[in-house]
Design a binder for this molecule. Structure first.
Ligand code: SAH
Length: 384
C-alpha cells in the first residue's frame, strides 16, 4: 500500500466519544482505533502509522504507561503524558472456584463495583463481561436486577475487562471467547458497547474472532438491528418463557416489547449464513419446565436458525422460584435434540463464589465469609 493511502486517518467510522479527566487529559483507552488515529493525527500532529503503534502498545502489549512504549519518540511520549491518560480497572477481589471458574470484582473510579467471570473449559476459555453497573431490566429472578441501573460502563471499562484478565493468564493460555452475559443489559449501552467490542475485534488490538464474541439481550427489540448493523458478532436472546403472560411475570421488558415482537425481530435479524441465534432459557421448577413449554418454544422458534441453551435456575434468596429437576431439564433438552435443534444444558459454574448466572453483584461480604478472599492484586497480576 502506498504511503499516502496508509496515512489516511480513521478510515473506519469514528465512534467513541473520548473521555477526559478534570485536568482535560483524554483517556486513550476510551478510543477505538479510528478515533485514536484521528486524535493523534489532528490534535498531536502524528502519522497514522504512529497512532497504530500507540494503539498496539495499549491493547496488544498492555502498556501501563507511555514510557514503556518503545519505538515512540521522546517528543511524542512527552505530548502523550501531557495530554493523555491510560485507565485501568482496579481489582478489588479475585475469587477462584473449586471448578476453576475465576470471578474478578473490579472497583471503578467512582467506587462502584462490577464483575467479570473467567470460565475455563476443555476447548475454550470464556470471559463473561459486564456492560453496566447494575441493570434496569428488573428481571425478577436475577440478582443484578435488584441493584437497579447505577450507570453504563464506559468504553474503557468494558474493553479493559478483556485486556486485564487476558494479560494475567499464564504463558500459553488466552481467552478464546467473549460473552456479554455479566452484569447489565448490553444493548441498553450500545454507544459504549460497540466501540469497546470494536477494540476486542480489531487486528491492531485484541484480535478476537467475531465468531467467538456473543452479545446477550433480554430483547431490546429496536437495538437488535443496530447491533447487527454495527458489528458481526453473535446474538443470544434470553427468552426464558413461551407465552406473553408467563414472560411478563418474570421479565418486565415484555410489557414494552412483547414476546411476539421479539420473536419477529429474531426472524428479521440479518444473520450471516452459518450463524445461529442462541436462545437462553432459564428453567424454573413448576413454572416453565414442562414438555408443553418445550413444544411451545419449539413452535415459536421454528424457521429461525437456533441453538437453545437451557440454564437451570440458580436459586437466589427472597424469591419463590425453584431450580428445576434434572429429569425435567433432560426431557426438555431431548424434545429439541430429537427434532434436530441443537440444545445444550449450561452447567452451573462458580456457584461457590457466586459467579453463576444471575448471581453477580452478590458482593464481597459473602465471599469473605466463605473464606475465598485472596490477595486480589497479586492474583490479578497487577501489582507490578
Ligand atoms: N441482560 C442480558 C445479559 C445478561 S446474561 C440478558 O439478560 O441476556 C445473564 C443470563 O443469565 C440471562 O440469560 C439470564 O436470563 C440468566 N439468569 C439470570 N439470573 C439467573 C439465575 N438466577 N439463574 C440462572 N440464570 C439466570
Amino acid at each position: 500500500m502506498d504511503d499516502a493511502m496508509n496515512d489516511t486517518p480513521g478510515t473506519g467510522k469514528r465512534r467513541s466519544r473520548p473521555q477526559t479527566d478534570d485536568r482535560g487529559r483524554v483517556d486513550l483507552k476510551s478510543m477505538d482505533r479510528a478515533t485514536l488515529e484521528r486524535f493523534l493525527v489532528d490534535d498531536l500532529g502524528q502519522t497514522v502509522n504512529r497512532a497504530r503503534t500507540v494503539f498496539q502498545w495499549i491493547w496488544q502489549r498492555g502498556a501501563r504507561n507511555f514510557d514503556e512504549m518503545e519505538g515512540i519518540s521522546k517528543h511524542l511520549k512527552r505530548l502523550l503524558k501531557e495530554r493523555c491518560t491510560l485507565s485501568f480497572l482496579e481489582p478489588a477481589l479475585v475469587l477462584r472456584s473449586v471448578d476453576g471458574t475465576v470471578k474478578y470484582v473490579w472497583s471503578l473510579e467512582d467506587g462502584h463495583q462490577i464483575e467479570s467471570v473467567l470460565i475455563p473449559e476443555e476447548t475454550r476459555m470464556t470471559l463473561c463481561m459486564s456492560s453496566q453497573v447494575g441493570c434496569a431490566m428488573a428481571c425478577t429472578f436475577c440478582l443484578t436486577g435488584d441493584l437497579g441501573l447505577k450507570r453504563h460502563l464506559t468504553v474503557a471499562e468494558i474493553a479493559n475487562q478483556a485486556l486485564q484478565v487476558g494479560r494475567q493468564l499464564p504463558e500459553g493460555e488466552r481467552i478464546t471467547n467473549l460473552v456479554l452475559m455479566g452484569m447489565g443489559e448490553p444493548l441498553h449501552n450500545l454507544p459504549n458497547l460497540v466501540p469497546a467490542l470494536d477494540i476486542c475485534l480489531d487486528d491492531f488490538a485484541m484480535k478476537f474472532s467475531h465468531r467467538r464474541v456473543t452479545v446477550s439481550t433480554v430483547g431490546l427489540v429496536p437495538k437488535m438491528g443496530e447491533l447487527a448493523a454495527a458489528l458481526p458478532v453473535n446474538l443470544a436472546v434470553s427468552i426464558n418463557a413461551t407465552t406473553e403472560e408467563q414472560r411478563r411475570q418474570i421479565m418486565p421488558i415484555t410489557r414494552r416489547h412483547s414476546l411476539e415482537e421479539l420473536v419477529q425481530a429474531c426472524r428479521d435479524f440479518p444473520l450471516p449464513s452459518g450463524k445461529r441465534i442462541t436462545f437462553e432459557y432459564v428453567m424454573f421448577r413448576g413454572f416453565n419446565d414442562t414438555l408443553d413449554d418445550a413444544a411451545r418454544l419449539f413452535t415459536l422458534l421454528e424457521g429461525i436458525p437456533t441453538k437453545v441453551n437451557l440454564i437451570p435456575y440458580n436459586e437466589n434468596p427472597g424469591r419463590d422460584l425453584k431450580s428445576p429437576l434434572d429429569a425435567d431439564v433432560k426431557a426438555f433438552q431431548h424434545y429439541f435434540v430429537s427434532r434436530g435443534t441443537a440444545c445444550h444444558v449450561r452447567t452451573t459454574r462458580g456457584i461457590d463464589i457466586s459467579a453463576a448466572c444471575g448471581q453477580l453483584g452478590k458482593g464481597k461480604e459473602q465471599a469473605i465469609a466463605r473464606g475465598w478472599l485472596e490477595d486480589a492484586r497479586r492474583i490479578a497480576g497487577l501489582s507490578q
